[in-house]
Unconditional design. Structure first.
Length: 350
């Protein structure tokens, strides 16, 4: 038997880190990826999909997103969807009773998937986040899958999950949601635990491959499946030797190796001998078309030689002289000079 482990779909996400038109396109692509996931399940003969929290982006989902999700479940009656709410899902997420939509509550809920495969899930609350470990008692002779939504390694907090407390409890696969990057690690001598990550990157804090995990109960193996229609990428480019935005963009183009369908963030780094408050905007303009969407951030700093300001009869000159006279660590002086000159040039928020 094979089971899909998916989490953090975040239907209805506003995608505020993108321009409005790109945000709307990404929202459509997110729904499309969920539809394609179901098609993948049908194609591979998989009839169980675990949704480990945050199907929706809000505890009050938009009507169109709820209708989309429940319609998708209803139209695929031969696939069982096991939906455990996360910290973004609220009471209004469970609004329909559908035979193939299986849900969970504040106590451990168990489902028999067949072939001695058992699934256990619990929605964490302030009232059960401590007692849930002692109340989980899977039978040793079954293949046991446990689904939770929370943060591994966090010492405190409502959604904190303790891996040590889940060891040696006859768990073969612990399916987790909450972290938006995927990984698979050993749980103990018997089982493993995994985050599937999110289905699509929704901003430049969600870079890298996104998708879901397929767990094979016969082989007891988990395999990540890259599935996003676009990948969010971020690169740093040293533009120290560029004289202007056009030169910086041409240097980036010459060394760029990204898929044109992806979303790209370029961080301009290095030291410049001049201040150009339009540098990021110019580079972004010249890179237009190399990817589905390009965002450029200016992370450059001014070169350390401030001699040109020392004798200047200006506010910048007075600032440099005062900073150079202060008794302080040289690294701190460098940071203060960089930030101060940028602020005086109207670039404090670059």
């Amino acid at each position: 038997m094979k089971i899909i482990h998916c989490a953090d779909v975040h239907l209805g996400s506003q995608m505020k880190k993108f321009p409005k038109d790109k945000a709307e396109e990404r929202a459509r692509e997110l729904r499309d990826s969920f539809s394609r996931l179901i098609e993948y399940a049908r194609r591979e003969g998989i009839n169980s999909i675990l949704l480990a929290g945050d199907v929706f982006d809000s505890d009050r989902p938009f009507k169109k997103d709820k209708e989309f999700f429940y319609s998708a479940v209803r139209r695929n009656a031969d696939i069982n969807f096991y939906y455990l709410r996360g910290n973004h899902d609220g009471k209004e997420s469970y609004t329909e009773t559908i035979d193939n939509l299986k849900t969970f509550g504040e106590e451990w809920t168990g489902y028999n998937l067949g072939e001695n495969v058992c699934l256990y899930g619990l929605e964490m609350t302030s009232g059960n986040c401590e007692s849930m470990y002692s109340s989980l008692k899977p039978e040793a002779n079954n293949l046991n899958i446990v689904v939770l939504h929370g943060a591994v390694g966090e010492s405190v907090g409502l959604y904190s999950i303790s891996i040590p407390k889940l060891k040696n409890k006859n768990i073969d696969y612990l399916a987790l949601g909450h972290y938006h990057s995927h990984y698979i690690k050993p749980l103990d001598g018997r089982g493993q635990f995994a985050y599937s990550g999110c289905l699509e990157g929704r901003g430049f804090d969600e870079t890298g491959e996104k998708g879901f995990i397929v767990y094979d109960t016969d082989a007891k193996e988990a395999r990540f499946v890259p599935f996003a229609c676009r990948t969010v990428e971020e690169i740093d480019c040293d533009v120290s030797d560029a004289s202007d935005g056009y030169g910086a963009a041409m240097k980036i183009r010459a060394n760029l190796n990204v898929n044109p369908k992806n979303l790209l963030r370029v961080n301009l780094v290095g030291e410049l001998g001049y201040i150009d408050e339009n540098l990021a905007a110019d580079v972004e303009k010249y890179l237009s078309g190399v990817c589905s969407y390009v965002s450029v951030k200016d992370r450059t700093s001014l070169k350390s030689d401030y001699s040109g300001f020392v004798d200047s009869r200006s506010l910048k000159g007075e600032f440099v002289r005062l900073a150079l006279e202060e008794n302080m660590d040289e690294n701190d002086r460098q940071i203060i000079l960089d930030l101060g000159l940028k602020a005086l040039s109207g670039q404090a928020d670059r």
